[in-house]
Design a protein around this ligand. Structure first.
Ligand SMILES: Cc1cc2nc3c(=O)[nH]c(=O)nc-3n(C[C@H](O)[C@H](O)[C@H](O)COP(=O)(O)OP(=O)(O)OC[C@H]3O[C@@H](n4cnc5c(N)ncnc54)[C@H](O)[C@@H]3O)c2cc1C
Length: 400
């Protein structure tokens, strides 16, 4: 990757995180992928060096850096060879804590954030539901207020990363029925809850999946699961507005993760194309091999500019209130889209460059190809980004 233009902080993050990652070679990630074991020691190593608090305020024990640096951290992790498993082991701790750090009460901050930064607790993000999918505003999980101010949660979430190992969940649930609000974006609330399976009403089931297998993904079932009043983050019924902060940050991080996968795959493909001799010459002498890799490089570089532009806007908007949320939304969604596509191009071409060996576990490129579908699907699909840009930027009629 061309490193010109990054800040000193970003370069320092890249070097230091790269040093942690170098202790976890590709064989570590291959084995975790095969055995579906959580990379607990990687999470602990990142926590030990303080990286989980990278984008949290200094007053809460974080490093006070921004999403620009956190995106570089995530890119460095996937690029090290760790793939999505390395990224997913920690990323919710970075983005899901953003709305909490912004709007949490003193009590919520003091009881939660230091434990997340130290690695003692892990967190997960509970938004997606099986029956509503990308139509987030119509989600059906209900948090019903009780007479004593506590809530009772009933509903189902799906694809919740790290729920098996997480102590906390940042949960989006409906607190006012859809029929009683003016707009579907109203009536949702955000909670920071304990995932305590000793409390009645909580169950979860692991989903068998294609890639990032070291990390659990889950269906989570709530059936009158009781959560205290003090788990509410920000104002009741304002949850969607609040969670947007976390979502734009998440798109930047995912874009960085996609870039890392793409650059790792491209590096590996170029090495192989230089070394592998067929018909008495390196396969990289064939333009049929070289040009698709050169094209993949340019696509990654373009996506890189979009990604770090979005992250910078996100960070600058914390101080500069003239930067509108929709401007950040457009930039973050575009970056996630472009980086996801560029990563897919690079990973697919890396497999093809390796010929048969592209299909072998030991060359890693098959793992990264499986992994790179995640930033294309999640946290929002390519099609929904197209819908968003069509409507918000091009002012075309809404299609759904
Ligand atoms: C590995 C992994 C980890 C994840 N981790 C988490 C997590 O930690 N927390 C969490 O909350 N979620 C998580 N997700 C969920 C993820 O965010 C969703 O899968 C994603 O948002 C897509 O939603 P869906 O699967 O319900 O797709 P659906 O909504 O069912 O959509 C299916 C397809 O139809 C298309 N489609 C739907 N409506 C339209 C339309 N109007 N116009 C055009 N196309 C349309 C979509 O683009 C998509 O291609 C994860 C998913 C994966 C795969």
């Amino acid at each position: 990757m061309e490193m010109t233009g990054f800040t000193e902080n970003q370069l320092t993050v890249r070097e230091a995180v790269g040093a942690v990652c170098s202790r976890f070679p590709n064989t570590y990630w291959q084995e975790r992928d095969q055995t579906e074991q959580d990379p607990k020691d990687f999470h602990a190593a990142m926590a030990k060096d303080g990286w989980l608090g990278i984008a949290l305020p200094v007053r809460l024990g974080g490093s006070g850096l921004g999403i620009s640096e956190a995106t570089m951290m995530m890119q460095t992790i996937t690029e090290s060879g760790a793939g999505m498993a390395g990224a997913q082991a920690i990323h919710a701790n970075v983005y899901a804590t953003q709305p909490l750090a912004k709007l949490g009460t003193q009590e919520q901050l003091e009881s939660t954030i230091p434990n997340i930064i130290s690695g003692r607790w892990r967190t997960c993000f509970g938004v997606t539901e099986p029956n509503t999918g990308l139509d987030t505003l119509r989600l059906r999980t209900v948090a019903k207020k009780q007479d004593d101010g506590s809530y009772s949660v009933t509903g189902q979430k799906i694809w919740i990363t790290c729920a098996q190992v997480a102590r906390k969940m940042i949960l989006l649930a409906r607190t006012t029925p859809l029929e009683e609000v003016k707009k579907p974006s109203e009536g949702l609330s955000l909670f920071c809850i304990d995932l305590d399976r000793d409390v009645p009403g909580l169950d979860m089931r692991k989903i068998k999946k294609m890639g990032g297998r070291a990390i659990d993904a889950n269906e989570v079932f709530f059936d009158n699961y009781k959560i205290p009043a003090n788990t509410l983050v920000g104002n009741e019924n304002q949850g969607f507005k609040i969670i947007i902060h976390g979502m734009n940050a998440e798109r930047c991080l995912l874009a960085g993760e996609a870039l890392g996968l793409g650059y790792a795959a491209l590096k590996r493909a170029s090495e192989y194309a230089r070394d592998r001799v067929v018909f008495q010459r390196p396969i990289g002498m064939n333009q049929g091999i070289a040009h698709p890799l050169a094209d993949a490089y340019m696509k990654l570089e373009a996506a890189k500019l979009a990604t770090y532009h979005a992250a910078r806007l996100y960070d600058e908007s914390q101080e500069d209130k003239s930067i509108r949320q929709d401007t950040i939304g457009v930039a973050a969604n575009s970056a996630k889209y472009l980086a996801g596509e560029a990563a897919f191009t690079a990973c697919e071409r890396a497999v093809m460059t390796h010929g048969g060996m592209g299909y072998a576990m030991e060359y890693d490129v098959e793992r990264w190809l499986r992994d790179c579908l995640v930033p294309r699907i999640a946290p929002v699909s390519r099609e929904m980004i197209m819908n968003y840009i069509s409507e918000k930027v091009l002012q075309l009629p809404r299609s759904y």
